[in-house]
Design a protein around this ligand. Sequence first.
Ligand code: PRX
Length: 659
Amino acid sequence: MAENSANNIDNLLHEARRFPPSDDFANAAVATRELYAQGEDPVAFWGSQARGLLHWHTPFTPERTLDWSEPPFAKWFDDGELNVAYNCLDRHVLAGNGDRVALHWEGEPGDSRSFTYAELTTEVKKAANLLTALGVKQGDRVAIYLPLIPEAVISMLAVARIGAVHSVVFGGFSAESLRSRIDDASAVLVITADGGYRKGKAFPLKPTVDKALEPNADGQESTVRNVLVVQRTKGDVDWHERRDLWWHDEIAQVDTEHVAKAFPAENPLFILYTSGTTGKPKGILHSSGGYLTQVAFTHKAVFDLKPEEDVYWSTADVGWITGHSYVVYGPLANGATEVIYEGTPDTPHPGRWWEIVEKYKVSILYAAPTAIRTFMKLGRQIPQEFDLSSLRLLGSVGEPINPEAWVWYRDVIGGGTTPVVDTWWQTETGAIIISALPGVTTLKPGSAQVPIPGIAIDVVDERFRSTEADQGGLLVITHPWPSMARGIWGDPDRFVETYWSKFGRTTYFAGDGARRDRDGDIWLLGRVDDVMNVSGHRLSTAEIESALVSHPMVAEAAVVGASDETTGQAVVAFVITRASQADAAAADDASAVLRAHVAEQIGAIARPREVHIVSELPKTRSGKIMRRLLRDVAEGREIGDTTTLADTMVMSVISNTLK
Ligand code: PRX
């Protein structure tokens, strides 16, 4: 296990603060203790949630609730039929809630738009007709590369409505990253915008799409037939006749009626690419009925959602899994009123988030620890300038939240009274797996606490024995769950190998270290593989290394995630340059060039915090780079055991270079 995990264990063992629910909160809570008893029979539990929370055009038969005959490829509710978009839209309108606001959208420059459920339904129906007119059919893949504007939500739901498969690519990814995702999924359409707003500036998106769709190095054309362009910034764009279409022109010509067809529960809903331990991102595939069941259940129970009263805000972008499950599908399936915000938290002023909470009277806020720690640094006086009294529940996701940040979040943002739920899950799990249930659980700052009802997990050692209390181990999920990934797009073997082979085909290996305390609460200890977590975003060391070595200056590269007070981890690279090139570029310049090169190859989120030019890398006798030692250097720690190095002097050479 990583050494920083061992440090975490020490710190966390001393956390003794406890926050039981208030009587008022507990009495009115959506979640009840009985849910845990019901969850002991996961198949019956999820079957009843699926029936209770969703509308099924064709109900599934109880015997077909779960088919686990070919693990790890699960099927849930597979003789049932439903339409995901109908569940998120039409049925709320038909139930008399058409006038309830579904979305309050806030643009970064301060423009805003709100959509009731009736209005959002109409927009999605039109977009579904437009997709059909463009020849998109059930099962086709559509890439969505948009800023966080209403059309992002509308596009995802329209794709779902016609039974096609979306692949949302975060707007911060480069042309290369976008193209590789388009190619991997053979997408037929890209939905993009001229640009979006970020940090007070319009950033262009369309030129990135144009670049992504150029013939590749082998002269191959992409599979994309059309590019639909939403006008957001009104910036100049190059136009490819026949291929490119303006969203507003096309949408004006289509019918406003569209009848949602039923699709099988296992119809694929989306692919979302995420970083793994190899250089190539994995297309995680999710399907419809099981996914929607678990995101709806968790959104309701973990966030204590009262759809008639609450205003919910998840600050995630739709380019990440949190944006799929807890911006689009969970909240809308539950008929919630939610806020979405296009921009950065500090634009045009550092109180922007709190201004939005005040403006929309947000009652439930779901954010990442990095943001909380950044606000902590800026000081409590900024949030205190705003009326945050509407907040009644706070959530955290994406990385471990340290107890200090947890307590600050509750005290300063939550007025010292709101529960804080720390939710652990992954792109692959589709929905929350471990979290407190507000109103039921006594909260412990820094612990994600317990599996939600209907989920079975364990913490085990390398030999698959459950660890003793307070011992670190590996987190596994031991029973299938409805929102589990159905595979890696186009690569079933890699799916089995990555997640379902370490402990056999029926045990999901999450890749996270964890410890269970004496009360049975879970404390997450970070990744146990070469995946980094920077500001709650997953990055692969191998992917950044391969971006670095693609630069002619670089002979060899090693990347580590070094702990960072604000972002959790930061990318630190060690690079050996080619001799002739190294002379040409002074080390400082070379670092800057390489940092920019990674940003261009992958996207700005992957830009290393530091690139160190070194003459050697620490390797074992078999040639494996010992990242553990580089992490010691990057974190300014004493260097650990070097006895397995082929050349034990290397570390002192590296340390001296950096001094
Ligand atoms: O290491 C865990 C960390 O984020 C990883 C999953 O990343 P991703 O698929 O991008 O999904 C992020 C949003 C769900 C996990 O393997 N992680 C996520 N939530 C937590 C967490 N680590 C600790 N505590 C959490 N609450």
